[in-house]
Write a protein that binds this ligand. Structure first.
Ligand code: HT7
Ligand code: ZN
Length: 887
């Protein structure tokens, strides 16, 4: 397979202005008539018209109504000798029923759906399937009326009616030009929740959420989230809904979370359906943010789109930033905002930092790819969002809104680049640090890898000066040996030993300027001198995680305990606990003398944890985050050579120590938080349930050690009586994690209760595949689960619930000294690749960090990857991942 390179971009040689599509929908053979108005792009050298296609059966090609000569070059349809403007008509057929890749037009549970991003439209018809070709669409859908009563596409419904032989039709016209990746259609037996809303400008809109009959009672939260999103985008950015009708449709077969097709968003059921009986608080929160994310794409993605796929983060990074801000702005309490920020940073550090350090590392704006689907990554999404967040930090919130307005003034209706976006934000804020440093700031788009920010502090007692030296570096990444300095906004505060926040006055300033401020590091190393201090401060650096970097500072334990107890910045307060936990874990892992069963955590650390747990002012959600130890993955990332079993054993020992040393406190915390009254998924109640759930897990772990039957019994009772899915699944998980015999009884009951709820059965599978390993028992269980009548590898959610839960989320069970986990992984990647290459390629990424593994894991992992790479006829998706892993 050939790599596509960013520097090779050229504008299209042809434009397609209008597209008139007619679909005769049949699962086995759908007929597609595609009539286009095409014209030459006079601004580029003349070229034949090369249309993309994939797995299509071509029946007819007409140019201006006449049979035209064409040739096939690979999968491309090539036409020569064309006039400057002409009508092109192409008739093809495809087979949606056999489309297991779920790209293009496919059938899920007797319903037709499409997924066109990034390159799925070419699986529906021949086209210039690239985001900078924007056309006006009119779509006629015809199908059997009894089987497919609902026929939807983008835009406005302009006509509908019956046809002979029990068929019917609808015609849709999209008022906005769009790239092909935003095309969508849906046809099937669906029901909808509808709501009419009036926008601030008086315009009326019809909102609809379509699902299968029986799921309607689970759509209220999605609809509420949609309304909240519409209101928020208008308030925060002045961006109104521009359509009369906005639809969301849910499907249970989907490769990703959701898709922002203009006016017809298609969603994975996981991000639509929720009731208190079937969905957890996390599910409710995810629905809110994914509904928001897709809705916000209507402007950042649909109205202004990407010139080419290298610019993917233009829409994805910006839209993740927008959905993060949306969720934060919906929080009633400032502390809940901080909790959301910590959760987002946890995702970034546990998934994106490893990606940036591994074989798939790439810049936020990549330079090349083989398969674009492989680049829907945490770097494009989450790191891209951090880049946008840093811009906001550098220009201020009001300045950022100004920048967004300028971006839309300049580029509405266009396909543009990340440079265009950054330029608009800078131009709207000409006096900002962003404008001053823009070319350098844009290195965040072009350089991969996570920068390290080394900080040292020097205290001059006589002068009352504290000198902070900040030094940045960035490790090499594939294809990028040397890096230039980044622009790093470093939010900072100084905390006195007694916990007071100190006024910040930099040398040369006439007076202090607040207790928290942003330093901008743009050189490789810079000094910042704080004056007017009476005692040595504790620096609180990188507050709110103001840049996606690894901060290295040689904090003493006492300094971290001060920050944990007093820092006014909740992020750094949490971070202090993480650093203390991490430090203890690394010391035990690195100490060859450290024996199993010996304590890992100091009495001081345990006391500090107890203090947080019992703190009368801190809220439950924050406590739960502080009391959750760094994950095995995060601990492993800090090591040069990783023995996953040792990491697992040490973290388990820490967890057990925390459980037993704080047993009375956990009991208190559980009792304080176990009753949250009538169910509501708001952050405060969700936080209390989360803390009660963590307490229950700890109590069951401690009970396993002591043999005490009381807490497991209470937990089973709570499982049985739970009034919502969060409490139920937390109780079940506590029993499973503790490996208590009652877990089997609870699991059986859970399955019986929810056998008809696919999303809940996913949880049932995931809990078991993610359970702590006891003597190598998880792999045999996972093999059994794959034979369960409810398991289907073709359904991505189900495959993820078993295979990914085991390979990617259960390191203690997956990394087996006998290599059986790796062999099983290689078999599953190969099996999935023949069905759905995108899902297979994601699974292939589970081995990204193989080269850090200690022996015997390292050699065995490499062999497993090589086995996959050697498989003939591997998709280019999977081949790209395993080839990069082995390079
Ligand atoms: N923009 C959407 C991307 C997407 C996608 C990409 C490849 C294959 C399947 C897909 N489904 C959705 C999702 C989003 O970021 O909103
Ligand atoms: Zn997106």
């Amino acid at each position: 397979p050939v790599a596509i390179r960013r520097e090779d971009y050229t504008a299209p040689a042809w434009w397609i202005d209008t597209v008139d599509l007619t679909f005769d929908l049949e699962p086995a053979k759908t007929r597609v008539l595609n009539k286009m108005q095409v014209r030459r792009n006079p601004e580029v050298p003349a070229e034949p018209l090369r249309l993309h296609g994939d797995e299509l059966n071509l029946a007819r090609v007409l140019v201006n109504g006449q049979g035209a000569s064409f040739r096939m070059e690979g999968s491309e349809l090539v036409l020569d000798g064309l006039p400057d403007a002409f009508a092109l008509e192409i008739f093809t057929t495809c087979c949606p029923a056999k489309n297991t890749k779920l790209m293009g037009l496919f059938v899920s549970q007797d319903t037709f759906f499409t997924q066109c991003e990034a390159e799925g439209f070419r699986r529906i018809t021949y086209f210039l399937d690239r985001p900078d070709v924007m056309a006006s669409y009119s779509v006629l859908l015809r199908a059997d009326k009894a089987q497919y009563p609902v026929l939807l596409s983008n835009g406005n419904l302009v006509e509908e009616g019956d046809l002979p032989e029990g068929r019917h039709f609808t015609r849709w016209v999209d008022p906005f030009k769009k790239p092909s990746y935003l095309f969508a259609l849906v046809a099937g037996k669906l029901v909808s929740r509808s709501q009419r809303i009036k926008a601030r400008n008086g315009r009326e809109h019809l909102l609809q959420v379509y699902v299968r009959a029986g799921d309607l009672d689970k759509t209220e939260h999605a609809m509420r989230s949609l309304v909240n999103s519409i209101v928020w985008d208008e308030l925060r950015f002045g961006l109104p809904l521009d359509l009369d009708r906005f639809m969301i449709v849910a499907t249970s077969d989907f490769n990703m979370g959701a898709m922002e097709n203009k006016g017809l968003n298609i969603f994975n059921t996981k991000y639509v359906l929720a009731s208190q009986a079937t969905a957890t608080d996390a599910d409710f929160a995810n629905i809110e943010s994914v509904v928001g994310h897709e809705y916000f794409h209507n402007w950042t993605g649909d109205r202004v789109t990407c010139r080419d796929w290298f610019q993917l983060s233009l829409k994805e990074g910006l839209t993740v930033f927008r959905d993060q801000e949306f969720s934060m702005d919906l929080c009633a309490e400032p502390s809940a905002r901080a909790v959301k920020r910590i959760e987002d940073v946890r995702v970034l550090r546990s998934a994106q930092f490893p990606e940036d350090a591994g074989p798939m590392a790439h810049p936020v704006r990549p330079d090349s790819y083989i398969e674009i689907s492989n680049f829907y990554t945490v770097t494009i999404y989450e790191k891209g969002a951090e880049v946008v967040r840093m811009m906001q930090t550098l220009v201020g919130r009001a300045g950022f809104t100004r920048g967004m307005q300028l971006y839309f003034d300049r580029h509405d209706g266009q396909a543009v680049t990340c440079d265009d976006f950054a330029q608009a934000i800078a131009d709207a804020n000409p006096d900002s640090e962003l404008a001053r440093l823009l070319p350098q700031f844009k290195r965040w788009y072009s350089q991969a890898g996570t920068p390290r920010l080394a900080a040292t502090g020097q205290w001059d007692a006589q002068a009352g000066r504290y000198t902070l030296q900040l030094t940045q570096s960035c490790p090499p990444t594939p294809g990028q040996e040397h890096k230039q300095p980044f622009v790093i906004p470093v939010n900072i505060g100084l905390v006195a030993a007694d916990g007071r926040a100190l006024a910040l006055q930099l040398e040369g300033e006439p007076a202090p300027q607040g207790e928290s401020r942003t330093l901008v590091l743009s050189q490789a190393s810079e000094q910042f001198v704080f004056t007017g201090l009476s005692a040595e401060p504790v620096p609180s650096i990188l507050r709110g995680f103001s840049a996606p970097v690894i901060l290295e500072f040689d904090f003493s334990d006492a300094q971290l305990l001060t920050l944990l107890a007093h820092d006014g910045d909740p992020f750094n307060r949490w971070e202090a606990a993480q650093r203390l936990g991490l430090r203890a874990a690394l010391a035990a892992i690195r100490d060859p003398q450290h024996a199993a069963g010996t304590p890992v955590l100091s009495a001081q650390f345990l006391d500090a944890m107890r203090e947080v747990l019992r703190h009368p002012q801190l809220d439950a959600a924050f406590k739960e985050l502080v009391l959750t130890l760094p994950t095995e993955g995060y601990i492993a990332e800090q090591l040069d050579v990783v023995d996953p079993q040792r990491v697992h054993a040490v973290r388990e020992a820490m967890r057990l120590q925390l459980a037993t040393a704080l047993a009375a406190d956990w009991q208190w915390a559980f009792e304080e938080n176990s009753d949250t009254g009538a169910y509501s998924p708001d952050p405060a109640s969700a936080g209390r349930r989360a803390l009660a759930g963590l307490a229950l897990t700890q109590l069951c772990l401690a009970a396993r050690e002591s043999g005490d039957p009381v807490w497991p019994g209470k937990t089973l009772q709570r499982f049985k009586n739970a009034g919502n899915m969060t409490d139920r699944v937390n109780a079940l998980s506590a029993l499973v994690v503790a490996g208590h015999p009652l877990a089997q009884q609870a699991l059986a009951r859970f399955h019986a209760l929810f056998k008809d709820e696919a999303l809940v059965i996913d949880k049932w599978f995931a809990l078991q595949a993610g359970a702590p390993d006891r003597g190598g028992d998880v792999l045999p269980l996972v093999r059994q689960l794959m034979k369960h009548p409810d398991f289907s590898i073709k359904n991505p959610n189900r495959a993820r619930s078993v295979i990914f839960s085991y390979c990617s989320a259960n390191p203690g069970a997956f990394h087996r000294p006998d290599a059986a986990g790796y062999v099983w992984w290689s078999e599953r990647v190969i099996e999935l690749d023949a069905i759905n290459p995108q899902v297979a390629a994601r699974l292939a990424r589970a081995m990204d960090r193989w080269s850090k593994l200690a022996e015997p894991y390292r050699t065995a992992a490499r062999e497993a990857i090589a086995r996959v790479a050697a498989k003939p006829e591997l998709s280019k998706d999977t081949l790209e991942v395993v080839t990069r892993a082995l390079a």
